[in-house]
Write a protein that binds this ligand. Structure first.
Ligand code: UGA
Length: 313
């Protein structure tokens, strides 16, 4: 049987595809190279996947897929494709988010309505918003504070209602700020490591005391495989790394790891950013056997190595 990975050229999608291929699975990767960051970076992500005879790549937007044909032999979909970015989802950009995050997910769900295909959806901690209650639990009332979060939550609801109404077996994973090799160039760790290495100034939004439950990429990939195998249909799981830490502390760790001082410029808090995230992963531990394995020092080191090799001039 074949696994489909949407967003296969992206950060999580490409790493997940690679793991599936290493595990001997057959994979169809879908990606339309949204122009949020350079295609060149995504092509680099895809390169090792293209070496596998068991990998087929289709360059298309989900909305334009010829579903009955592409789904032949597929028994599971890892739906990682999205218009990413919390802080850029305002104004006219929202249309890009509604199309690629909401409409595309609905089309995918509708296409598998009467088929024996499981779907694992990449949701986000940004659906919670400013809950003021920590750790965040799946049954807390979601109240996103960014249009991006609204789009991810809407698609999560679509997954649940396709399960409720048509029995489509969907599982939603709420990722908490994933980092590591191949991290997107708009994200904090990627930007910070690059700037420190180059001796350029970096911009810190707010005072740096905001916290995130940062999750290493391999742990997020583990969660996907476990969810496909064991996730309860219609369920939502928090996927957090168990290393909640402030951005200031991360910067200290980066500077000592890289042996260089950061040139920090303090900027305004960005509209749409939540102050703190902190995952209660009890449900994922109990149902999926999810246990994040990578400590922050190790994960940071791996991301820095990747940036040095692949991103720095
Ligand atoms: C990340 C991803 O970008 C989203 O796609 C994902 O849905 C979300 O995590 C999630 O897990 O819910 P974010 O937490 O904003 O969003 O991730 P980063 O870009 O790594 O930012 C982390 C923190 O660093 C934020 O507080 C942000 O304001 C700050 N930051 C980021 C800076 O101070 N400067 C920068 O240049 C970038």
């Amino acid at each position: 049987m074949i696994k489909m990975v949407t967003g296969a050229a992206g950060f999580v999608g490409s790493t997940l595809s690679q793991r599936l291929l290493e595990n001997g699975e057959e994979v169809i990767g879908i990606d339309c190279f949204l122009d949020y960051y350079p295609r060149e970076i995504k092509e680099k992500n895809l390169k090792p996947l293209r070496d596998y005879a068991s990998f087929r790549f289709v360059e298309k937007n989900i909305i334009d897929l010829d579903f009955p044909v592409i789904l032949e032999g597929v028994d599971g979909i890892y739906h990682q494709a999205a218009q990413a970015g919390v802080r850029t989802s305002w104004g006219d950009n929202f249309e890009i988010y509604t199309t690629n995050n909401i409409l595309a997910t609905q089309k995918l769900l509708d296409a598998i309505r009467n088929k024996p295909i499981r779907l694992v959806y990449a949701s986000s901690s940004s659906v919670y918003g400013e809950t003021g209650k920590f750790p965040m639990q799946e049954d807390d009332l979601p109240a996103p504070v960014s249009p991006y979060g609204v789009s991810k939550l809407a698609a999560e609801h679509l997954c649940r209602l396709y399960w409720r109404n048509f029995g489509v077996p969907t599982v939603s994973l709420r990722y908490f700020t994933v980092y590591g090799p191949r991290q997107r160039p708009d994200m904090a760790f990627h930007r910070f490591i690059k700037s420190i290495c180059n001796g350029h100034p970096l911009e810190l939004y707010g005072d740096g005391e905001q916290t995130r439950d940062f999750t290493f990429i391999d742990d997020a990939v583990d969660a996907n495989l476990l969810a496909m195998k064991k996730g309860a249909s219609g369920a939502i799981y928090n996927i957090g790394g168990g290393t909640r830490i402030s951005v200031n502390k991360v910067l200290e760790m980066m500077q000592s790891l890289l042996g260089k001082k950061a040139r920090i410029k303090y900027g305004a808090i960005q509209k749409g950013d939540v102050t703190h995230t902190f995952a209660d992963t009890t449900r994922a531990q109990n149902d999926l056997g999810f246990h994040p394995k990578t400590p922050m020092e190790e994960g940071l080191k791996k991301e820095a190595e990747w940036i040095r090799k692949n991103i720095l001039p």
